[in-house]
Design a protein. Structure first.
Length: 30
């Protein structure tokens, strides 16, 4: 299961980075 855990962690990190980029690019929505 360590590979699945690493995949989930990587996916969450990518999602968090994308969310931060979205917030930085569109600050008027927040």
């Amino acid at each position: 299961m360590p590979s699945l855990l690493a995949f989930v962690c990587g996916l969450s990190v990518i999602a968090a980075a994308a969310y931060l980029l979205f917030v930085i690019r569109r600050p008027e929505n927040f």
